[in-house]
Ligand binder design. Structure first.
Ligand SMILES: NC(=O)c1ccc[n+]([C@@H]2O[C@H](COP(=O)([O-])OP(=O)(O)OC[C@H]3O[C@@H](n4cnc5c(N)ncnc54)[C@H](OP(=O)(O)O)[C@@H]3O)[C@@H](O)[C@H]2O)c1
Length: 326
């Protein structure tokens, strides 16, 4: 018998996620597989902000993607040892047979398979397609990205540099800002916890912003839109500043800024472009191999520590992609 460990939501989130929202349970899986089935053993789990935004119902296993290794197989298409990425949530073992749910890890080259959850997976593809399709950057333009030291933000800033833009980023610690400036070669950075956003934008983007990639949301979005240039493009990717709030920021509707400056403000979703991910992954992999795209993973060891890894997202504990190594 195989014993699967799984994290279940035992109380609904109110405010920031807390350890008491989660319960570790076990589930017994049969030893014998039926024809077509494979047993997948989690190797890396992804923790992402959307798991707070789109909470599962109480009593359910937390949602999410993982990289798993096939450890038993009754399916010749997925022999033992195959690495798959599967959307089965926070659990250690899963039996699957539906090929549409068993995606082989491809496109990571010689790099760690965990990248299929990060720069070469959903967050990277959100950055790639969200930024290139919605912001349509041109060489020489001024780009501002917030949440810049996170999984999505760090990729956006580097794609913007590759496209010849001047890149301004903000993040929540001086260490993160130093990484962005020294290693990722952002042109300007500021710690939003120590700065007025309005003053920082005046200082670092005195001529205004052409492209804005928004990971944070809330009233800051209004401030940035009001600082944008004519025909500027804003990609609305996420609003992590709001996910834990019962009462969301109301803010001012930046109607005049949008109208007078002819702004394009567009919601973006990585999954929306999933049929084109191979194209995005190929470019990102090439940029990594050429040294133009760097990545960082904040790896938490142990399935038991999935909860603190997730909670840490809302405290700024991660640099780059937050991953749990099982
Ligand atoms: N539209 C899509 O398809 C899509 C896909 C993936 C992600 N997203 C969104 O993109 C954003 C970034 O996601 P990610 O996966 O790359 O996560 P991430 O940036 O790697 O991790 C979350 C980071 O958010 C920052 N943060 C936490 N609370 C904050 C607050 N109140 N105000 C400002 N920053 C805060 C923290 O960094 P600091 O130390 O800098 O505060 C933290 O490290 C999220 O809003 C997410 O929901 C959207």
């Amino acid at each position: 018998m195989v014993v699967c460990k799984k994290w279940v939501l035992c109380t609904a989130f109110i405010g920031p996620p807390e350890a008491s929202n989660f319960k570790l349970e076990t589930e017994e899986l049969p030893d014998q597989l039926k024809s077509g089935e494979v047993l997948c053993e989690a190797v890396y789990l992804s923790v992402d902000p959307y798991m707070r935004l789109f909470s599962v119902p109480v009593g359910s296993v937390l949602m999410g993607e993982q990289v798993a290794r096939v450890t038993k197989s009754e399916n010749p298409d997925y022999p033992v040892g195959t690495f798959v990425q599967i959307m089965v949530g926070w659990r250690t073992h899963t039996i699957l047979s539906d090929p549409s749910k068993l995606q082989k890890v491809v496109g990571t080259g010689d790099l760690p398979t965990s990248l299929a959850l990060g720069v070469l997976g959903m967050p990277g593809m959100t950055a790639y397609f969200g930024f290139l399709e919605a912001c349509r950057p041109k060489s020489g333009e001024i780009v501002y990205v917030n949440g810049a030291a996170g999984a999505v933000g760090s990729a956006v800033g580097q794609i913007a540099k590759i496209k010849g833009c001047t890149v301004i980023g903000s993040a929540g610690s001086d260490e993160k800002c130093k990484w962005l400036k020294d290693e990722l070669k952002f042109d300007a950075v500021f710690n939003y916890k120590n700065a007025s956003l309005e003053d920082a934008l005046k200082e670092h983007a005195p001529k205004g912003i052409d492209c804005f990639f928004d990971n944070v949301g809330g009233e800051d979005t209004t401030v940035v839109l009001k600082h944008m240039n004519k025909c500027g493009r804003a990609a609305i990717c996420g609003g992590i500043s709001q996910y834990n709030k019962d009462k969301k920021d109301k803010g001012e509707l930046p109607y005049s800024a949008i109208l007078i400056n002819l702004l394009h403000v567009e919601g973006i979703q990585g999954w929306h472009h999933v049929t084109r991910w191979p194209e995005g992954k190929a470019d990102m992999l090439q940029w990594i191999q050429e040294g133009k795209m760097k990545y960082k993973e904040s790896v938490t060891e142990g399935f038991e520590n999935t909860v603190p890894a997730f909670i840490g997202l809302f405290k700024g504990h991660n640099v780059g992609k937050a991953i749990v190594k099982i």
